[in-house]
Design a protein around this ligand. Structure first.
Ligand code: KIV
Ligand code: ZN
Length: 514
């Protein structure tokens, strides 16, 4: 007889822990756009940010709280009155607000980071949860670096948080140090020694420093955890967090074995992963489980033959179950606006008339350069090409020359909202010359950390997609853009990073990370 699965709550922290990974900073409107997609994905909780960390983050969390309906909206705060009040201020208009307060409990963190002893930390935990409960009933308490904490002390802190009414207790593996069996033992001991824990939701939050984030999260479920904190594409501090798509698909595919499932709308997974990559400009590694380009690609002849006979030979889940389309409809020069609109809708994009007009213009330009336009091209066009009017500079034109025996030169024309500005520069190559010209116009001097190019589809006329990361004195920002001309996509991607740093400078805020 089949067991009825129980549901694990999926707490998505892409907009908070994920956003803390280098180059993944998001602007408030980008956070809002992504949060809407998380709601479509049907996650249970969206951790929208860390409001005290910057004005931008506060604004992003507040927008999400005001506009996104369905999931619980959580805001992170240290166990300090000013943080807690600021978090509440940001989420008070949410349909279901949650304050998430955290405090380190390991000896290492207490000594070197907090410079507090155990009794002081116990008092802080009590006061933090009490203060948060003064604002809202739904309060999550996290014992930071729990897996390296003295277990008896961890039990004491958790008991105090529960006495004050915490509704969710999170036991993070902050530095990705634990292993599955050990993590289970920690959670089992906590449940045994702190009986009040049965009245709260036990949550886990696993980092991936040893590549065990997902394995530890699944082990935790066996030990009684009912909330898993994770991120899309596994982004997060250092090696990242447990990846949402892996956790969710492991629970779905192995539901009978594990006895648990989630409410996640899995066909939305791929789109969510792509949207994140487009917003942050950080590419998904090709062999990434579930959402990587190769996740459903079969290279070896024997495998291809097997899959043709029956996909079940080498596929444990269907591409469709996670929203990966295997056949990509082709549009071309003669496709009209209606066909384009229809295809966008099928791909999950509901474009307002103004955006559709913009998209159609880009589409016709692309169709002049490229005979067949695939779904992947359309997605790149929407994600990279549509301007929301908030950027400080827009690219009007770029022209570059290069050759084996000549110095590369570039001419760039940018629009600053009022006028067009033209600059020329030379460089080591055409791309470098273009970046230099952009630096001259904008006055921002970035250092290129990463640059890579991939083709969106096959074929000699494929769109070339550029991903890059640039370090400015104000922080590291990434950019991504696609065009049939790789110098053009490099210019667009670089300008995106520059526009991000300009927005950060305009909001002129120091950043505090959790
Ligand atoms: O890794 C961690 O411990 C955290 C907490 C703030 C939950 O991100
Ligand atoms: Zn974390």
């Amino acid at each position: 007889m089949q067991r009825e699965p129980q549901f694990i709550s999926i707490f998505d922290t892409t907009l908070r822990d994920g956003e803390q990974s280098p180059g993944c900073t998001m602007q408030p409107r980008e956070k809002l756009r992504f949060a809407h997609q998380l709601a479509a994905l049907k996650v249970d909780v969206i951790e929208a940010g860390f409001p005290v960390s910057s004005l931008d983050d506060f604004a992003g969390v507040q927008m999400v709280a005001r506009e996104v309906r369905g999931p619980v909206i959580a805001a992170l705060c240290r166990s300090l009155p000013v943080d807690i009040d600021r978090a509440w201020e940001a989420i008070r208009e949410a349909q279901h607000p949650r304050i998430h307060t955290f405090l380190a409990t390991s000896d290492i963190h207490m000594k070197f980071k907090l410079q507090k002893n155990r009794s002081q930390v116990l008092v802080m935990a009590r006061e933090a949860v009490r203060r948060a409960k003064g604002h809202t009933d739904d309060v999550e308490f996290s014992a930071e670096d729990a897996t390296r904490s003295d277990l008896d002390f961890l039990c004491e802190v958790v008991a105090v948080a529960l006495e004050e009414g915490a509704t969710v207790i999170n036991i993070p593996d902050t530095v990705g140090y634990t292993v599955p069996e050990e993590y289970k033992e920690i959670l089992q001991t906590l449940r045994r020694k702190v009986p009040a824990l049965e009245r709260a939701i036990l949550s886990v939050h696993c980092h991936n420093d040893l590549g065990l984030g997902v394995a530890n999260s699944l082990a935790a479920v066996e030990a009684g955890a009912r909330q898993i904190e994770c991120t899309i594409n596994g982004i997060g501090e250092r090696a990242g967090n447990a990846s949402l798509e892996e956790v969710v698909m492991a629970l779905r595919v192995r539901r009978e074995r594990l006895g648990f499932d989630t409410r996640v709308a899995t066909p939305e997974i791929y789109r969510t992963s792509q949207l994140l990559s487009n917003i942050t400009g950080v590419a998904v590694q090709p062999n990434k489980a579930v959402v990587g380009k190769n996740a459903f690609a079969h290279e070896a002849g024997i495998h291809q033959h097997g899959v043709m006979a029956s996909p079940t030979t080498y596929e444990i889940m269907t591409p469709e179950s996670v929203g990966v389309k295997t056949s990509s409809l082709v549009l071309g020069k003669h496709s009209g606006r209606h066909a384009l609109d229809q295809r966008f809708r099928e791909l999950g994009f509901e474009l307002e008339p103004e955006k559709l007009a913009q998209a159609y213009l880009l589409f016709t330009r692309l169709a002049d350069q490229k005979k067949e336009i695939f779904d992947e091209d359309l997605v790149a066009l929407v994600n990279d090409g549509l301007s929301d009017g908030a950027d400080a500079y827009q690219l009007r034109a770029v022209q570059a020359t290069a050759g084996t025996h000549s110095v590369a030169t570039a001419l760039v024309i940018l629009f600053d909202g009022e006028k067009e500005i033209t600059e020329t520069a030379s460089g080591d190559g055409p791309v470098n010359a273009v970046f230099e010209a952009i630096n001259r116009i904008t006055g921002f001097q970035g250092e290129l950390l990463d640059f890579h190019l991939a083709s969106v589809t096959g074929g000699a006329d494929a769109l070339g997609e550029v991903f890059l990361r640039v370090r400015f004195p104000e922080g590291t920002f990434s950019g991504k853009a696609a065009s049939t001309d790789i110098v053009g996509s490099s210019a667009q991607a670089y300008l995106k990073a520059v526009n991000k740093v300009i927005q950060r400078v305009r909001s002129a805020e120091p950043i505090v990370n959790a």
